[in-house]
Ligand binder design. Structure first.
Ligand code: FAD
Length: 393
């Protein structure tokens, strides 16, 4: 059953005054699109564990694919605040749909833009921006998640091509992607990026089933069995872990904004419900215990909004450090997950149903807190940054 989206955005500290007219216009157009195209259908797709592929065209049209990429390569050349706003509004609809946009823009277009040859940029970026081509990003392996430097996927020089072997897992968009940015070790053990295309012999993308989280996002494996990759598909301008980490920095930045969108949706839903739902002859919003939950939610949302607003400026000025991005990703996801859990309680029994978006956001955020660097790993990044002591190993 199609649902009406009554969302009203919380802005407790009048942050609107800090955004340009262009930012507000972008926010309005993405919010309108989410209300019209995502909210009415997303619950059904999540329940069926199906990715709503028909949304790809609309995502491209609202500028969700690579908005910071320069116009000459098909992007919009927007600043990072605009990018953050787009991610916030899409994730307000669903974290899975935001994941698709994050992967396409930050993990597929960005590495081609930042590390690719001019020919690669011209060949792939314009088509990725319009969604004519979709991509995925293969870093994680069955035995190497938080520690990607241990990866075993590898390629060898075989004369006029490379021979790629190995496997990746937990790869968003893999089941339908046309291309994959694959991080693999060369014969010297150095990590490099390859553009692998669907249809190359020995390359398959089996879908991962039975997820209770990000159900409306397609996840899969990437399997490489002696895949012949043309030499011109190697990303020439980066080697080492800094290649994939540079991409993750972009995507984590988007998540820092995106998770706040999910939090805002949960807060807005819970506030409206608390005002309407009566028990003991009073709206439940009149009870102190429910007010505590709502008051803490808006406080955390406001703090997180301020954090990412500042981060956006630093990022646009190319001054945001990876550790600052880690802090914001970690904080936004943590507050969003806590808010989703509290909002679910405010909704009582209704909170566990698909009549409201809260339980879906809550389940989605269980992936968001783990991918793109787990909650623990981001804390360790902050720990390293402030103490100079590495506690990973
Ligand atoms: C739905 C979904 C989509 C994803 N999409 C992608 C994608 O598109 N591309 C991609 O490459 N990957 C993707 N991932 C993978 C994701 O990035 C990994 O799951 C994540 O990096 C964690 O790796 P892991 O699951 O192997 O957990 P592990 O690394 O095994 O970690 C397990 C636990 O141990 C903790 N831990 C690990 N090391 C340390 C340490 N040194 N100190 C303290 N604690 C530690 C972690 O914090 C975690 O709590 C996706 C994952 C999910 C769930």
């Amino acid at each position: 059953m199609a649902k009406t989206d009554l969302f009203e955005s919380p802005d407790y500290y009048q942050l609107d005054e800090l955004f340009t007219d262009e930012h507000k216009l972008i926010r309005k157009s993405v919010r309108d699109w989410v209300k019209k195209e995502v909210s009415p259908i997303i619950e059904d797709y999540a329940q069926r564990a199906e990715f709503p592929k028909h949304l790809l065209k609309g995502l491209a049209e609202i500028g969700a694919f690579g908005p910071t990429i320069p116009a000459e390569y098909g992007g919009l050349g927007l600043d990072y605040t605009a990018y953050g706003i787009i991610m916030q509004e899409i994730e307000r609809g669903d974290s899975g749909i935001r994941s698709t946009a994050s992967v396409q823009g930050s993990l597929v277009m960005y590495p081609i833009f930042a590390y690719g040859s001019e020919d690669q940029k011209m060949k792939y970026l314009p088509k990725l921006a319009t969604g004519e081509l979709m991509g995925c990003f293969g870093l994680t392996e069955p035995d190497h998640g938080s520690d990607p430097g241990g990866m075993t996927t590898n390629f060898k020089d075989a004369g006029d091509h490379y021979l790629l072997n190995g496997a990746k897992m937990w790869i968003s968009n893999a089941p339908f992607a046309d291309i994959a940015i694959v991080w693999a070790k060369n014969e010297q053990g150095k990590i490099q990026g390859l553009i692998v295309e669907r249809g190359m012999e020995g390359f398959s993308t089996p879908e991962t089933h039975n997820k209770w989280s990000l159900r409306a996002s397609a996840t899969g494996e990437l399997v490489f069995d002696n895949v012949k990759v043309p030499k011109e598909n190697l990303l020439p301008n980066v080697s080492g872990l800094k290649g994939p980490l540079g991409c993750l920095n972009q995507a984590r930045y988007g998540i820092a904004w995106g998770a706040i969108g999910a939090a805002m949706d949960c807060y807005d839903t819970a506030l409206r419900y608390a005002k309407e739902r009566k028990q003991f002859n009073k709206p439940i919003a009149a009870f102190q215990l429910q007010q505590k939950k709502l008051a803490e939610m808006i406080t955390e949302i406001t703090k997180a909004q301020l954090l990412v607003w500042r981060l956006g400026i630093l990022k646009s000025e190319n001054r945001a450090t990876p550790a600052q991005i880690s802090m914001a990703k970690r904080n936004s996801v943590e507050i969003a997950l806590n808010i989703a859990r509290e909002a679910r309680q405010i909704l009582g029994g209704m909170g566990i149903t698909g009549e409201y978006p809260v339980m879906r956001h809550m389940a989605n955020l269980e992936s968001v807190i783990t991918y793109e660097g787990t909650h623990d790993i981001h804390l360790l990044i902050t720990g390293l940054d402030i103490t100079g002591e590495e506690a990973f190993k």
